[in-house]
Design a protein around this ligand. Sequence first.
Ligand code: SF4
Ligand code: FES
Length: 292
Amino acid sequence: MSTQVPEQVEEESSADAEQQSAAQQSRMEKKRQNAAARESQEQAEAEEKASSEEDTYLLKVFRYDPEVAGKQEPRFDDFHVPYHKGMTVLDALMYARDHYDSSLTFRHSCRQAICGSDAMFVNGRQRLSCKTQLSDLEEPVRVEPLPHQEVVKDLVVDMEHFYDQMEAVEPYFQTNDLPEGEQLQSRENREKIKMSTRCIWCGACMSSCNIAAGDNQYLGPAAINKAYRFTMDEREGEEMKQHRLEILEQEHGVWRCQTQFSCTEVCPKDIPLTEHIQELKREAVKNNLKFW
Ligand code: SF4
Ligand code: FES
């Protein structure tokens, strides 16, 4: 049986009602705030979309076609390409080719920094066009073929010499020491050659190298890196290592490198090319030390 007097009951129920009303108001206020936040976010997104749809990038693209009269004189063509977030230089070139000039010529394939076919000279530096964001570049974006290579057409260069240099270092596994069973490689040795295996044959390093530009016979950073990959592979054995060092020690081999680091700076796969070349120089010296 309740012992409360009627006045007490009345006071408590009015306090409950006040509490409920305050809680309801706070819920309403929260809802209003959420709705306002949603609205302003939607507005910001709409503005961003509208502004990105309006944005364009100006590309100045090198043009040259030795087979068409009137296009044999090298020139730059301007293309205003509509920008969207995440657009790469390759995307922009494809847009220009598909919408403005179907004769614009350049190589590409994987579009994800794997095939190495779209190395170009963009704003004064060798880069993979599929890996280069437009938003990271200053406008106008100047796109040229790789320097120090013969231009075939527009942005396409002749890679024959580059492939010849790669071939000269015998870029494949060879050994005279085949074991009976499975041929294992130690974890440490795999770690040592790991970076050198990442080369995608894009030619950016060779194009950036002043020495290669002045000495057509210089093996060049990519080929020497490829040689490093096999010279340092413990599974090839000592005899093959000797053979590889003989190739690298020749007049136009490792000693031509003047440690300018330009190859290392432009390599899209972050291979420490200069370091590898220096290590091979040390191996070559050790190889020639004679103790009588
Ligand atoms: S070493 Fe680097 S820059 Fe040179 S060809 Fe290979 S991936 Fe390209
Ligand atoms: S398209 Fe293959 S590396 Fe760029």
